[in-house]
Design a protein. Structure first.
Length: 406
């Protein structure tokens, strides 16, 4: 049983198990970091990802088609702190407008009031099955928590809208939604109220009718022109980006460490760390290998004596000086194995061995091997190779002689 490994697994099995474990662990890390990104976003609703009638993805595409730098923001911190850019937040159809009161917006910022609510189509969740007006009294109750005297009105489209920029002939669906409050200044509006209002206390602009920028409303070119003119009015320069907030609709993204490690510019350092870990693991495997068997403190037997003697010779660096003695030993052992007369001298034995021919593996005769060991071995490696060839030659001669006798 000395030659049988005590390990229950082969090296190949262990390698496969380690590879599976590494790949599985990497998959867990990736899913943990990117799980929020895998969520289906194109669901019917009044948010920037929605392509439904009440969604605002049409506005994003309209801006992109005109070359505006526009993106959807999923970081809550962008509402209050960002490099720069126009922030557009679309208030949800249900819930309070606490964001208008509790958030210290970095300007410029535009808040869009809701007007409609709907339910997703069961057969196609990205589309609205039905849409209805949000009750005006409910909408007024929600806005009055911020502006106590505010009133949301739904009126027939006025003949003309006046203000700080060209509004054009807007075309709302059914009725135009306006807002009226002493706390707000009218940017674009009529005698009934403001379509675009400005809050001088917070610096936030308010768009009262979402039909001016939602997907259904932008199907009318007049509303698309109004949306473009509004964006141009709110931006301070042509290069200023537009950010559509999605955090108020549940699409906020946490800035987790795992995703940061695999994102630019940290991906380089992460790859270097992974490569270093793999190299360290490989170095440990090559260096240590399988666990060594427990041995006696003081070895016994012929093998221990031979190993100790070889160790002493190696420490003294006298291997090459022992080469002639090794050749003589092989010559005498072969003569004894072949049953040759003891009266033969070394030169006669050498001549006899040369007549037996070279070994098939290496093609050198005994005298050539003797010269290679005694005279040409310049270092330990050359001596070891020549001694190995002489050993194989002796075994082949014995095998060949025994075969001929049989």
């Amino acid at each position: 049983m000395n030659g049988v490994s005590e390990s229950p697994f082969s090296a190949r099995t262990v390698a496969i198990m380690v590879a599976i474990a590494v790949i599985s662990f990497g998959g867990v890390l990736v899913l943990a970091g990117w799980a929020p990104e895998l969520r289906q976003r194109d669901q019917a609703g009044d948010h920037p990802y929605s392509t439904s009638a009440l969604g605002y993805n049409g506005f994003v595409r309209l801006m992109e088609a005109q070359g505006y730098p526009v993106s959807v923001s999923r970081l809550e911190r962008n509402l209050e702190t960002r490099d720069w850019g126009l922030m557009i937040l679309t208030l949800p159809a249900f819930g309070d407008f606490d964001a208008l009161e509790d958030t210290a917006f970095q300007l410029p910022a535009l808040a869009v009031l809701p007007k409609w609510y709907g339910r997703p189509d069961p057969l196609n969740p990205s589309r609205q099955a039905d849409t209805r007006f949000i009750d005006a009294r409910e909408l007024n109750d929600r806005i009055r928590r911020i502006y106590p005297d505010a009133e949301v009105l739904r009126v027939s489209k006025p003949d003309e809208l006046n203000g700080d920029f060209d509004a054009g002939a807007v075309k709302p669906d059914v009725r135009l939604q306006l807002i009226r409050s002493d706390a707000l200044e009218t940017v674009i509006g009529s005698d009934d109220g403001a379509l675009v209002a400005y809050d001088p206390d917070t610096g936030v602009y308010i768009l009262s009718d979402p039909d001016m920028i939602n997907t259904f409303g932008l199907a009318r070119v007049e509303n698309a022109i109004f949306a473009t003119n509004l964006v141009n009015y709110l931006r301070s320069s042509d290069g200023e980006p537009i950010l559509m907030d999605a955090t108020l609709h549940g699409f906020s993204r946490s800035e987790n460490l795992l995703k940061m490690l695999f994102s630019v510019p940290y991906i380089g350092a992460t790859l270097i760390a992974l490569a270093s870990a793999l190299l360290l693991g490989w170095a440990a495997t090559v260096r240590f290998g399988p666990p060594a068997r427990e041995a006696r403190a003081i070895a016994l037997g012929k093998q221990a004596l031979a190993d100790n003697s070889a160790g002493l010779v190696t420490m003294a660096r006298r291997e090459t000086r022992m080469a002639p003695g090794y050749v003589s030993l092989i010559r005498r052992r072969l003569a004894r194995a072949l049953g040759l007369p003891k009266s033969l001298t070394e030169s006669q034995l050498t001549e006899l061995y040369d007549r037996m021919g070279p070994a098939e593996a290496y093609g050198r005769s005994f005298s050539e091997l003797e010269i290679a060991i005694k005279e040409l071995a310049a270092n330990r490696e050359d001596l070891l190779q020549s001694a190995r060839e002489l050993h194989h030659w002796r075994r082949e001669i014995i095998r060949r002689t025994m075969h001929e006798r049989g």
